[in-house]
Design a protein around this ligand. Sequence first.
Ligand code: ADP
Ligand code: ZN
Ligand code: ZN
Length: 770
Amino acid sequence: YVVNLCDIAPVESVRPLIDLPDSDPVFSPEIMELCRWLADYYCCSWGEALHSAIPAGISVRTRMMYRLCMDRVTSGRFTDRQRAVVAELNRRGPLSEKQLAKSVGPVALSNTLKALVGRGILEAEPVAAAPAVNALTETWVKIVERAVLSSGDLEVLQRRAPKQAAVYLDLLHGGVEQRAALACAKHETSATVLRQLASKGLVTLIEKDVYRTPDEVGAAGSSRKHALNPEQRAAYEAIVAELEANRFQTFLLQGITGSGKTEVYLQAIERALSLGKAAIILVPEISLTPQTVGRFKARYQTDVAVLHSGLGPGERYDEWRRAQRGEVRIVVGARSAVFAPLPNLGILVVDEEHDNSYKQNESPRYHARDVAIMRAKMNNAVCLLGSATPSVESYHNSQTGKSVRLELKRRAAAAELPRVEIIDMRVETRDIGVNVMLSRRLEEEIAARIKSGDQVLLLLNRRGFSPYVLCPSCGWVAECTDCNVSLTYHAQGSFLCCHYCGYRRESPQVCDACGFKPLLHLGTGTQKIEDYLLRSFPEARVERMDADTTSSKGAHAHILGRLAAGEIDILIGTQMIAKGHDYPGVTLVGVVNADTGLSFPDFRASETTFQLLTQVAGRAGRGDRPGLVLIQSYRPNHYAVQAAAKHDFAAFYEREMVTRESALYPPLRRMACIMVEGEDPEETYRTAIRIGKTARAKIEELGFAGIELLGPAPATLRRLKRKYRWSVGLLSKSTKRLNQLTRAVRDAFDASPDKGKCAVKVDLDPYGMM
Ligand code: ADP
Ligand code: ZN
Ligand code: ZN
C-alpha cells in the first residue's frame, strides 16, 4: 500500500512500483492512522492492519514471472532440473512458477528457480494480477444532444437501418439515456446496433458504476419509534450531550434483555445524523441477529449499508464503496465493519459488547470493541457499548472512570423477566441414575408446553451426538490424529469428527486398539438430545440449530423463521440460540448442562458461562405469557450459575473480581500470549524455552521488573492441526511496556536462526484457550 512518498527510502530493500491500480485512494488519513495504532497495539505490521481494514479481494496481488537472461544461458553447468526449467523458458518465454510447475513438475521447483536467479540466469519480475473483486459497471446508451438528425436523414436511416432508427427515436423521445441491455431487449437487437449508432456520432456508450445489492437481511424489522421511558431518556440525554459537544466519550449501556437498548441506539443515531454525522453499529454475528439489522434497515432505509461475512465478495465491496463515497451514513456490520470508511463519524455502537466474536482469531488479533473505542477517540466521537452482561473489562472501565455507565433496569415493553430455577443434577443422578439428560422437572415442563402449544428452547453448548468414544475393555479413546483432543461421534452420517481441525473418519464398530465391541458413546451433544426428544415426544416438532444444521447460506434465517411462524415446538441448539432473538411464543428455556464451559482452563470460564446463561434466560417470556427458565447443573452453587439465575450482574462481578484479584488477571493487568507452534515436538519445545529466556532477558534489559512471565508451558491444546504448541504468557499493569516487551521478543525471534523452524504468534489481550 502506498501510504506516503519520500525521496530517500527509510528501508534497505525497496520494490519497484509496477502499476497504480486505484484511481482514488483506498484509505483515508483517518483509517491509516487507526491502522497505525492497531499495528502498534497488536504487534503486527502496518500493512497487515491496513489489509484487514478493506474488503477481501480488492487488493492487487502480485506474482513472479521468470524470464531467461539470454546472454548467460551458454555459460555454466546445470542440474537436470535446472536444464529442464531453462529449456522450458527458452521455448515458451516468461512463465510463472505455477505455469512452470505444470510443465516441468513441482518437485524442488522453488529451490531450482532460486538457484537460477541467484546465478543471474533467470530474472524474476513481479507482475500485478487483477484483484479478485472489481467494481461492476454497466453500459448505458445516451443520445448525443447536438447531433439531432434532420427529418431527411432520419428517413434514410429508417429505410437502411430500421433497428438503429428505432433505438435512436426511442432515446430521443423517451428519456435520453437507457441501459444498453434494456435498449437491446426492447428492440430485439444486439449491441452491434448501438455501436453503429455510436460510430455515427448519434449516441455515446458510457460505463456506469452499479452496486450489487445483497439479499435483504432481516427485512422484517419494525420501524416503529417509541417514546423513550425515563431510564432510556436519561441514557439518551447523556449520550447526546457528548455528541453535540463533539467530545470523545465511551458509554457502557447496561440493560437487561428487552430493556430497550436498541431503541436508545436508534434515537442516538438519529440525533447524530441530524448533526450531519455518520454512525457505525457493530453486531456480533449478523446471521444470528437478523432482527437487530432489520430494525436499522426499517428505520433508516437506504441510508444503511450492511457488511458481514454472509455477503459475496462483490456485494461486500459495493456496500463498502457506498460508505466510502458517503452515499450511506450508517453502516451495520460484524467485526470488520469497525473499519467502515464513513467520513465524519459521530457515533460507534457496539451491541452485545461482551461477545467474543469481536476478537479476531488470526493476525491481526484485534478486538473490534477496543478498536471502536480508539476510533471514537480519534474522531471526537461517542462510543456506545451495550450489553445485558457487560464484559468484566468494560464494567471495570466504568468503575475506574474510563467510561460512563448508563443503566436500564426494567424491561421496556411491560413483559416481566422470567423466573429462573436451578435444578441440582446431582439429586437427579442419585434418584434416577447416571447419564440423565433431562431432569424430571424439565421433562414435565416440556410436556406441558407441548400440550399448551407454547414453544421451548433448549440450550446445550456441544454439537454432535457424544463427545467421547471409549472402549470399555481397554480404555482406548478415539482421538484426532492431528490434534490432542477426542473425536466427537456424529450419529447423522455415522462418523467421528474433530471439532478443532475438521478431521473425519467413519465411526468404528470395534476398538482400534483391542478389537472389543460395542464401544461406548459417552457424554451428550445436541444430536443425542434431539434423538431423545424425538422418542419421548413423538408428537412434537423438534429442530436442531448448531454448526452442523446451519452450514448452508440462509439456514439460520430459515430455522428462526420457522420458529417465529410457530412451526417448531422444541428448538435445541448451541450458544447460537442464546443470541438476540425475540420470539414471543417461547415460554420455556431449558439449559441442559450449565457446566460445560465452567471447567475450561481459562480465566474467563466463569464469565463466559454467566453471560451465556443470562443471555439464554432472557429468551423466555418476551410475549404476554410469563417465562420460565430451568438451568440444570452439577455445580448449582457456583456463583456464575447462581448470579445468572438471579439476573444479577453486580453479584457476579463482585465475586468474579475476587478471583481475578487473586492472580491479578485482566482487567487488573493486561495480558499477552506468545504462542510457539511447530510440527517437530523437540524443535518446538526448544524454541519455546529460548523465547522464554529471551523474554526474561528483555525484562531485565528494559528494566520492566513489574512484568510477570508465565511459562513456557504446553498450551491447553497441546497439539492442534499437527502442530505442537507451547505458550508464554506475559502480564503487566502497563500496556505500553507489555507491547514494547512483546514486540522486542518477537523481533528477537525474527532475527534469530530459529525463525522459519517454528511459527511464533503474538496475541495481545488473548481470548479463549491459550
Ligand atoms: P434490548 O435491545 O435491550 O434487548 P429492545 O430495544 O429490543 O431491547 O426493546 C425490547 C422491546 O421493547 C422491543 O420490542 C421494543 O420495540 C420495545 N421498546 C423499546 N423501547 C420502548 C419504549 N420506550 N416503550 C415501549 N416499548 C419499547
Ligand atoms: Zn479396546
Ligand atoms: Zn483435529
